[in-house]
Design a protein around this ligand. Structure first.
Ligand code: C2O
Length: 349
């Protein structure tokens, strides 16, 4: 059976974070009992999500203004920036229970829900940002962090150069700021390697060689009634290597006890760093690229995956129920990615 969160949001519970000092926190959203079913837009305008390192000054001003306005919303407004960050906390730390299974957590990591959950999540985040700047750019699309190409293998300038910018986050690893190059398979405490060539090999290996089937790419099945904990068991190749690597490389080392892994290094706080959404936009982009690579590299056809669902607040503060099956084609949702070079496709390890 397909899995979904308990739609009664009053059953959302406080959580004990996975790492750090493990102080109990409540990241549950405001409650609404009025749930709308998502409908794909008819003939949507197809927006282009740009590469973060290539955006122009006007785009950047609009983006910053959108985040500024999102941070300025009342704290209990579900569109508020920190409420948006809390969505990640609830879905990833076990705040929700599974519909029909009040004793089982609903968790979207380390399973085939990883890609569709994050696609929906940043889709609504983007819709909210666009609606907050409809006077400036009603078709605003979020930028992606092009870390799979040498031109994008460091923290993009827009997130980094101006400490007064709403895109800046002081809780990043101070040893990994530009011009230091990313290590796409970074693991806490291990040495950085920092060469574009090794990163391209990691890309090829992860997205092409070790992702030959839907299960290897998306992760294992997660159905109603299944137990899912914090162990990485069930995670797909991209989630475990590139996704985790970039999170751990960006956030502070857990050895920094004061830092607790905040922001990017731990589930409950990762989305408090605006760079999170650009990181996930790139992972989302890799999903669309992977589907063009041939062989068995296609979306899952199991109805338990297609019918699995999530709940999100939209730009009008309506609680919307979405299903995996409606997010498989991004042009139907109204966006594509800027067409940039994909150099790792030609680098065999
Ligand atoms: Cu749900 Cu990058 O994590």
């Amino acid at each position: 059976r397909p899995v979904s969160p308990d739609p009664n949001l009053t059953n959302c519970a406080s959580i004990k974070p996975f790492i750090g000092n493990r102080t109990i926190i409540n990241c549950c959203p405001p409650v609404s009992h009025n749930i709308m079913d998502f409908k794909l837009p008819i003939n949507p305008i197809v927006k282009v999500r740009p590469a973060a390192h290539s955006v122009n000054a006007t785009y950047l001003e609009n983006y910053k203004e959108a985040i500024r306005r999102m941070k300025a919303l009342p704290p209990n407004d579900p569109r508020n920036f920190y409420q948006q960050a809390n969505i990640h906390c609830t879905y990833c730390e076990g705040a929700y229970k599974q519909a029909g299974f009040p004793n089982l957590d609903f968790r979207i990591h380390y399973s085939w829900l990883f890609f569709p959950f994050h696609r929906w999540y940043i889709y609504f985040y983007e819709r909210i940002l666009a609606s907050l700047i409809k006077d400036l750019d009603p078709n605003f699309a979020i930028p992606f962090w092009n870390w799979d190409s040498p031109v994008g293998m460091q923290i993009p300038a827009c997130y980094h150069i101006d400490p007064t910018s709403p895109l800046y986050d002081s809780r990043r690893n101070p040893n990994h700021l530009p011009p230091v190059l990313i290590n796409l398979e970074y693991d806490y405490g291990k040495k950085d390697q920092n060469t574009p060539e090794t990163n391209l090999q990691i890309m090829y290996r992860t997205v092409v060689s070790t992702s030959k089937t839907p299960t290897l790419f998306f992760g294992g099945a997660y159905r109603a009634g299944d137990y899912k904990g914090f162990s990485g068991a069930g995670g797909g190749s991209v989630e475990m290597v590139l996704h985790g690597g970039v999170h751990e490389w960006t956030g502070p080392e857990p050895a920094d006890k004061k830092a607790n892994g905040e922001d990017m290094g731990t589930f409950y706080s990762a989305a408090r760093d605006p760079i999170f959404y650009s990181h996930h936009a790139n992972l989302d982009r890799l999903w669309t690229i992977w589907k063009t690579l041939g062989g068995k590299r296609k979306d899952i056809t199991d109805s338990d995956w297609l019918e699995s669902g999530f709940l999100f607040y939209d730009e009008n503060k309506n609680l919307v129920r979405v299903k995996v099956k409606d997010c498989l084609d991004t042009t139907k949702l109204g966006y594509v990615y800027q067409d940039v070079d994909v150099p790792w496709l030609y680098v065999k390890p």
